[in-house]
Ligand binder design. Structure first.
Ligand code: AVI
Length: 319
């Protein structure tokens, strides 16, 4: 069989590299196609996935303090990276609209259809606010926005999305955001906190199998887009949590010895019984680690908001 030398997409190249590595891995960013987005919406509504409820509680309990911290002398632009359905943000938007704050809401997403849906729901629920959707990658969009922005920018990153990055990549992510911030701008970001390890394991191991389907969507995508023949039932969804490092890790484990053909990559992946594919990390934090990440990125923590259990924190960063 000929071996591949040129890839048509980053997805092809990353998949080839990951399945040729020892141990094998796949990148979690590829979970999010249309189906993956829908599964993630379902995860956010699961009772076990406490992160959603915690952040909602924070927004409800501290609405006015959060909203007031956003305001600048000439109003502000609220820029949300990865807004999804905007459910949590709408709590703040409702308050900001009611209090007549001078602001625009600018959700940023790579997917135009996600933005269209969000815009039409906002038009229905909050017609009085100015929404400027921004289609594109986070950093290119931030760069573009900081080029012509003259008033205060508030950058929102919710849902502990940063937790899907290794510390090194999280620092690059924060540095990139920082480079588009001016002295008056602020970054408002969610970080899931270390807690009872069982609570964390349960959040990534629901009995209904939604998280399993979410994790296996990586294999479905390889089947669909690269013509592979992964048998999803022959892989086990496995979650671990290390309370020392705060790292939750997701794996797919091959239950048997098997071969999977991936025609588009001219490649057959061999699996030994119980061989793993590492698919995702969901990092959990404490104040010291967030402080360290901020310091490494040239940011400082101004304040934070938390839920009554202290399960989750939204930190405010300045340059
Ligand atoms: C998007 N991200 C913050 C989620 C998390 O908690 O790591 C993705 C997820 N994976 C399994 N459940 C949810």
């Amino acid at each position: 069989m000929k071996s591949i030398t040129k890839f048509d997409s980053a997805f092809e190249e990353d998949t080839y590299k990951g399945l040729n590595s020892h141990p094998k891995y796949l990148l979690s960013k590829y979970i999010y196609d249309n189906h993956g987005d829908k599964l993630f919406q379902k995860i956010m509504d699961m009772p076990e996935y406490y992160l959603t409820e915690c952040e909602t509680e924070i927004f409800k309990a501290h609405t006015s303090a959060i909203a007031d911290s956003f305001n600048g002398p000439e109003g502000f632009d609220l820029i949300e990276l990865g807004a999804g359905d905007g459910k949590k943000t709408k709590i703040l938007l409702r308050y900001l609209a009611k209090k007549n704050y001078d602001f625009t809401y600018q959700p940023v997403d790579i997917s135009q259809s996600v933005l269209d849906e969000l815009q039409s729901s906002l038009l229905e629920e909050l017609p009085e606010i100015t929404v400027k959707t921004q289609q594109g990658t986070y950093f290119k969009t931030l760069e573009r926005l900081s080029d012509y922005n003259t008033r205060k920018k508030v950058i929102l990153v919710l849902g502990s999305n940063i937790g899907n990055l290794l510390h090194k990549d999280a620092i690059d992510f924060l540095k990139n955001i920082k480079s588009s911030m001016s002295a008056e701008d602020m970054l408002f970001m969610g970080f899931d906190q270390k807690k009872d390890p069982q609570k964390i394991l349960d959040a990534y191991n629901d009995p209904t199998g939604i998280t399993e389907a979410f994790n296996k969507n990586l294999l479905s995508r390889i089947n669909k887009e690269l013509g592979a023949n992964f048998d999803l039932d022959s892989f086990l969804h496995w979650e671990t949590y290390n309370p020392e490092t705060g790292t939750a890790k997701s794996f797919l484990v091959s239950k048997t010895e098997q071969e999977v053909k991936i025609p588009k990559l001219y490649f057959t992946a061999h699996f030994k019984p119980w061989e793993t594919i590492h698919t995702e990390i969901s990092q959990k934090y404490d104040d010291e680690v967030v402080q360290w990440l901020a310091g490494e990125s040239g940011l400082r923590i101004e304040t934070f908001f938390t839920d009554k259990e202290g399960y989750y924190k939204n930190y405010v960063f300045r340059k």
